[in-house]
Design a binder for this molecule. Structure first.
Ligand SMILES: [Zn+2]
Length: 492
């Protein structure tokens, strides 16, 4: 099993290597595809072949790849090999899967699978363009240019003795930040003392405890909140094209929880997501467990990611998701104080709506096992009185293939039908409410706990912990696939 810090290292290592891979391939031309929703096309300006990866990302790769290549290689996600033929086979015994997006047969999606060729974005957006779906949105800023002097080291917890962090710390003034000692490593198993206090800490990773202010589901029954974590990913620029194409073809908007280190590495991918009408939210700078950090480190993680997104897009997210779901009352109080309301994926009757997609590139679950787990969750979804938020990842080629070819397709073909929406949509928020610059609602006080009453301002209870769903999460899922007593719910 992969411990949390080790998994973070794996992610960082893989991404670093992939930066090199993308640079080596260069751009490919692709036809522009009109957006059916016409969210962005009107003002996006050019439809052109994307520029090759910038020199900035080359520099980033050069500085970080060398030490991590061996780890990345073992993850089986390198992109050197060409595509290995068509992929049209659906999952056994079902009608799902598609040949339209070059998704391999389910049984072929595994560690070490050959990677496809790397196209680049087919639509680019010029500085000054504005998303038409966001009323009052600021224009896209000047094209991002990376300078190492402007940013903390990639994938490392940023230093706290900087002017920026000291300034952001002032946002905590006047807020009640619980005096909770950091956990050892964000895991239940790694800190027995903290685990014994899990309920009073409101620690989600260790018992599923939530606060009344957490977004934990979509209010309306049979509504599926679509979310992808950990991008924008260097290597998945290829697959992200696939993912964005799929979402566009199916007229689905998603919420992307992005990592700051990835944002400044692949700003054009973030812009493509944003301009296409998808929602952008914060997923920290380095993707380490937040409960294990000091207050200053948490502020630095959230602040730098928020700053990266604002620098690239011109807007500041009002929502965040903790890596691994590792949040407690201290972390959520800091997040709320900084204007970012926490969102977690839903825990349903059969466990968390974590598709466990990341287990496949990690090598601990096969794609078929993962899909079997997922089908069980779908069955439970129909038993719920509310909708649910689903966790998927756009970081790895494998997880994107699973989403495009299988899980999202299964959702669309499910009987009775699910309504697939971004999280903001499922909460009945205005598109502008996802960003501080365009919000017309104070999202920190929006009541999203009951169906159809999203416009009131009743619910926010701040940091006081309350018992969430029973901690049945990991055990039931683990038992399904025989991977042992790993905290599936807490990983990613
Ligand atoms: Zn994550």
């Amino acid at each position: 099993m992969i411990a949390l810090p080790a998994l973070s290292a794996l992610l960082a290592a893989t991404l670093s290597l992939e930066l090199v891979g993308v640079n080596a391939h260069g751009p490919h031309a692709h036809a522009h595809v009109a957006h059916k929703r016409q969210l962005a096309a009107a003002s996006s300006g050019s439809a052109s072949v994307a520029a090759p990866t910038t020199s900035a990302t080359s520099a980033l790769a050069a500085t970080s790849a060398a030490a991590t290549v061996s780890t990345a290689a073992s993850a089986g996600t390198t992109s050197a090999a060409p595509a290995s033929g068509p992929a049209t086979t659906a999952a056994a015994g079902s009608a799902i899967g598609t040949g339209s997006y070059s998704v391999p047969p389910l049984e072929s999606i595994s560690v070490g699978m050959p990677s496809g060729a790397i196209p680049t974005l087919t639509t680019t957006y010029t500085p000054g363009a504005s998303p038409t779906y966001l009323s009052g949105a600021p224009p896209l800023p000047t094209k991002f240019a990376f300078s190492s002097a402007d940013w903390p080291e990639l994938d490392k917890i940023p230093p706290t003795d900087t002017d920026q962090v000291k300034q952001w710390m002032k946002e905590l003034d006047g807020h009640d930040i619980p005096d909770i000692t950091p956990t050892q490593d964000g895991s239940c198993a790694g800190d027995a003392a903290a685990a014994a206090q899990a309920q009073e800490r409101g620690w989600w990773t260790c018992g599923g405890y939530t606060s009344g202010n957490d977004i934990v589901s979509c209010p309306d029954k049979m509504t599926w909140g679509v979310s992808f974590d950990d991008g924008p990913a260097p290597y998945s620029s290829q697959r992200r094209k696939k993912l964005l194409q799929y979402l566009d073809d199916k007229d689905i908007s998603a919420t992307f929880f992005v990592v700051g280190s990835r944002v400044i590495s692949y700003p054009d991918i973030l812009i493509a997501e944003y301009m296409a009408g998808h929602e952008i939210a914060v997923h920290t700078w380095s993707h380490h467990p937040l409960t294990a950090m000091t207050n200053e480190q948490i502020v630095a993680e959230l602040g730098w990611t928020r700053h990266a997104i604002q620098t690239v897009l011109g807007v500041t997210p009002t929502f965040m998701r903790a890596p691994f779901g590792d949040i407690d009352n201290r972390v959520r109080a800091i997040s709320n104080a900084m204007g970012m309301r926490p969102i977690i994926w839903t825990t349903g009757p059969g466990g968390p709506f974590d598709t466990n997609d990341w287990h496949v590139p990690a090598g601990s679950v096969t794609a078929q096992e993962q899909y079997s787990i997922f089908q069980g969750l779908l069955g439970n979804a129909t038993l719920m009185d509310t909708g649910f938020i689903v966790l998927e990842h756009d970081l790895f080629e494998i997880t994107v293939d699973l989403a495009v070819g299988y899980t999202l397709d299964a959702a669309l073909n499910h009987k009775p039908a699910f309504n697939l929406e971004s999280i903001g949509q499922c909460l009945s928020l205005n598109a502008g409410d996802l960003y501080a610059e365009t919000a017309t609602t104070n999202v920190s006080t929006v009541n999203v706990t009951s169906s159809g009453t999203n416009s009131s301002s009743a619910a926010a209870t701040g940091g006081s912990g309350s018992s969430g769903a029973a901690p049945r999460t990991a055990v039931s899922v683990s038992a399904l696939v025989g991977v042992g007593a790993v905290l599936l719910a807490s990983l990613l």
